[in-house]
Design a protein around this ligand. Structure first.
Ligand code: RP5
Length: 164
């Protein structure tokens, strides 16, 4: 029986309700054939599990963590505080404040504990996936080639339709 490949990226989110947004990051990782894991990890509802996840992530072989959360979005920052892995934060669009609360909760980290904060919502999650691929591609030539092809295709697709 062949074993599943070791996940390199951990995609975590504060609630199942974040999945519609965070699946955009997972789709990118699947397109680039990057092994990843996805888990619900809540800073507020499961603090002990968050602590365990963050402190064991590097030892389990993860290279990047993508953390999405909405509202009082403390998950990315609290995970970044407990690991030296790069953490990419995705502000999920909240019902009450359309994600501005999520964005400000994630982006305003104190100096010393970095979180790479992306845009609110689907585009942010997609770009978090791409940024994780770019981080891994710094030490993986095959992945770097795939990224170049992805970017070229994107450019060509836009150029083909550039006449309105
Ligand atoms: C945050 O609270 C989650 O990241 C989610 O975006 C938000 C609302 O969670 P639910 O009440 O939908 O579970 O922790």
């Amino acid at each position: 029986m062949s074993q599943a490949p070791q996940p390199l990226v951990g995609v975590i989110m504060g609630s199942k309700s974040d999945w519609e947004t965070m699946k955009n990051a997972c789709e990118i990782l699947e397109n680039f054939e990057v092994p990843y894991e996805k888990r619900v990890v809540s800073a507020h509802r499961t603090p002990a599990w968050m602590n365990e996840y963050a402190t064991t992530a590097q030892g389990r072989g993860l290279r990047v963590i993508i953390a999405g959360a909405g509202g009082a979005a403390h998950l990315p920052g609290m995970v970044a505080a407990q690991t030296i892995l790069p953490v990419l934060g995705v502000p999920v669009k909240s019902r009450a404040l359309k994600g501005l609360d999520s964005l400000l909760s994630i982006v305003q980290m104190p100096g010393g504990i970095p979180v790479g904060t992306l845009a609110i919502g689907d585009a942010g999650a997609k770009n978090a996936g791409l940024l994780a691929v770019r981080i891994l591609a710094t030490t993986d030539c095959d992945l770097a080639e795939k990224l170049t092809a992805y970017q070229n295709k994107q450019t060509n697709d836009v150029m083909k339709d550039s006449e309105l």
